[in-house]
Design a protein around this ligand. Structure first.
Ligand SMILES: Nc1ncnc2c1ncn2[C@@H]1O[C@H](COP(=O)(O)OP(=O)(O)OP(=O)(O)O)[C@@H](O)[C@H]1O
Ligand SMILES: [Mg+2]
Length: 589
């Protein structure tokens, strides 16, 4: 509005000057100058009009297509917004004192509103989207994923909740970019590529980490997790040593159901003379043999198997149900393929796109379990990529509802992933969810501390609001206080009366370190509005609203109409028919 007033003032003064120019000395020059001034009045008016149009388009009235997003190479579009500077912070304070509501949050900077972009390099330092349910996290994730696919990053999306809109978006973007999509969707086995989440590892202990991550830890639960870890590690080491494919199904069989099956087979190979003995005798004789060929893995396995069965069964009681769910029925083929299936190496090499659609049909436990193992498997791949200096482009990992997929070992990836071309973007409703998932407030804080960019939507939770406020930091802000005082102006000596009073008005500006974004501003953000802190920069933004992507491919998966590669896509700008990548026969690094 200021720009409109400026424009009107310029126009009015130009018209007045032209009208009286004849009566002035140097009238022609004045008239010429005034004409120029009148013409220049268009500039602020035009800029106001342009911003108004953009604001209308973006603040929800007209949904955009991904093509309409004002993207810039090397930058990531986040929506419309403005830099949050001390000027806005002071203005907000003033508006709040006048009793202004949540609407004031954006209104105070709307004149400076522009397209908000993040430097692509900032993504390497990871991004977190936080906010209560329904505030727009997943939809903004869509915007970020669409840009990552268009940039040509290798992209993996882990969706523990199974958001059909998000999957539809990824399908659509793959179609446009003419890229195949590898879909891992255990709730819809007919449409899913198989995936063995324990296939790739550098050391057997990683397999144990992945399986133990499915169990709660800390307190009374810790001995159960520790035993499960030990049992799985021993089984996995032996399987590696004797070249058995490691799958969840084989771990279930050898660690839980039949702890003698693997040692018996291996003893038969190494020392056939003991193999016919009853298992416990076999184990004791094998362990006591005089001239043994070195077989430390087998010895460990035998020692474990010799533990009282009931004791072992009790300690594995937490592991059995979750492992059974992941290895029964259609999940067995899908999550325990001995060969082939999805591989991170292949995704990386081909700059592919993979979507882990876990979803409610799978049940919360199982969806979370697959998500956790997938993240740790990814972590192992990234570790190897980094250690062996594999050249590759950026890998973007998006995790919606990140708390469901978190386990303690994953935190180290956030620290170490920097520099490995890894871009992790996660969403969560509250940092308290991280704490619940990890069982530790300190580890939950580490997640927040390791994200360079935090986009905070509204949170009713005061702790979250305070956490964001402290991330945004404090700035020296002016606090203005007015004072007024009346005092006798003139005293005469003795008992004479006061004849006059004088008033003293004062204005005092004190500079104090104050919250740059006060917590109350975070708790009162309107839906789809956010504060973003990236490094030392803070901005206030509104998420763009995308028109929903076509739902047909998702519907055909949900209705069990087979492998989505069969879905016939209409012709689109990106060419025809990007279906699912046939990851079934692909083997990765
Ligand atoms: N930028 C936006 N402009 C207008 N409407 C939006 C915008 N973003 C989201 N919406 C609407 O709000 C709904 C909820 O958004 P979204 O699913 O992204 O929320 P969420 O934060 O992911 O919630 P949850 O935590 O429950 O998953 C969407 O279905 C959409 O209709
Ligand atoms: Mg969501």
């Amino acid at each position: 509005m200021k720009r409109l007033a400026l424009s009107a003032a310029m126009l009015a003064s130009a018209i007045t000057s032209i009208a009286i120019a004849e009566r002035l000395p140097q009238g022609r020059a004045v008239a010429g100058f005034s004409t120029l001034l009148g013409m220049a009045a268009v500039i602020p008016a035009a800029s106001w009009w342009r911003d108004r149009r953009r604001r209308k388009a973006l603040s929800g009235r007209g949904p955009l297509s991904v093509d309409d997003l004002p993207t810039i190479p090397g930058r990531v579009y986040l929506g419309r917004g403005f830099e949050w500077t001390p000027r806005q912070a002071v203005e907000l304070d003033r508006e709040a004192a006048r009793g202004a509501g949540a609407g004031a949050l954006h209104a105070i900077g709307v004149a400076d509103e522009k397209d908000l972009h993040l430097l692509e390099g900032e993504l390497d330092l990871h991004l977190l989207l936080l906010g209560t349910t329904g505030t727009g996290k997943t939809r903004l994730l869509e915007v970020l994923i669409a840009q990552a696919i268009r940039r040509g990053d290798g992209v993996a999306v882990i969706d523990p909740k199974g958001d059909a809109g998000l999957l539809a978006r990824v399908f659509d973007e793959c179609r446009r970019a003419n890229k195949p999509l590898t879909l891992i969707a255990p709730p819809y086995p007919g449409s899913s590529v198989p995936y063995n989440p324990v296939e790739r590892f550098v050391e057997a202990r990683e397999v144990a980490d992945r399986v133990a991550a499915l169990l709660p830890g800390g307190g009374d639960a810790e001995p159960f997790r520790a035993f499960a870890w030990e049992a799985v590690e021993a089984v996995a080491s032996a399987m590696v040593r004797y070249r058995e494919p490691v799958t969840l199904a084989s771990i279930r069989r050898y660690a839980v159901e039949d702890p003698w099956a693997l040692p018996r087979r291996l003893v038969r190979e190494i020392a056939p003379e003991f193999a016919k003995l009853e298992p416990e005798t076999m184990a004791r004789r094998f362990l006591a043999r005089r001239h043994p060929p070195a077989a430390p893995e087998l010895e460990r396995l035998l020692t474990l198997a010799l533990r009282p069965r009931e004791h072992a069964q009790k300690l594995l009681s937490a592991l059995v149900p979750i492992l059974s769910k992941l290895t029964s029925g259609s999940h067995r083929d899908l999550l325990s393929p001995e060969k082939g299936g999805f591989s991170w190496g292949e995704l990386d090499r081909t700059r592919g796109v993979a979507y882990f659609y876990l979803g409610s049909l799978l049940g919360g436990d199982s969806a979370g379990a697959v998500a956790k193992m997938t993240l740790l498997d990814f972590q192992s791949y990234v570790g190897a990529r980094y250690a062996y200096g594999v050249e590759g482009g950026p890998l973007s990992l998006f995790v919606d509802e990140m708390a469901d997929a978190l386990s303690a070992p994953f935190i180290s990836l956030l620290n170490k992933g920097r520099g490995a071309g890894l871009r992790i973007t996660g969403s969560a409703q509250s940092a308290a969810d991280f704490e619940a998932a990890l069982g530790s407030a300190a580890q939950a804080r580490q997640i927040l501390a390791n994200a360079n960019t935090v986009i905070q939507f509204r949170s009713p939770n005061v702790e979250d609001a305070e956490a964001f406020s402290s991330l945004a930091g404090a700035r020296l802000l002016p606090t203005v206080s007015d004072s007024e005082a009346y005092e006798p102006a003139l005293f005469r000596s003795g008992l004479d009366i006061v004849e006059d009073f004088r008033a003293i008005f004062g204005r005092n500006v004190a500079w104090r370190a104050s919250e740059f974004v006060p917590p109350w501003a975070v708790t009162s953000l309107p839906r789809f509005e956010y504060f973003v802190r990236s490094g030392a920069r803070v901005a206030k933004g509104i998420a763009p609203r995308l028109a929903p992507a076509p739902q047909d491919p998702v519907r055909s998966i949900q209705e069990g109409r087979g492998h989505a590669a069969d879905v016939d896509f209409p012709d689109g700008p990106g060419g025809r028919g990007a279906g699912l990548g046939d990851g079934r026969n692909v083997r990765g690094a």
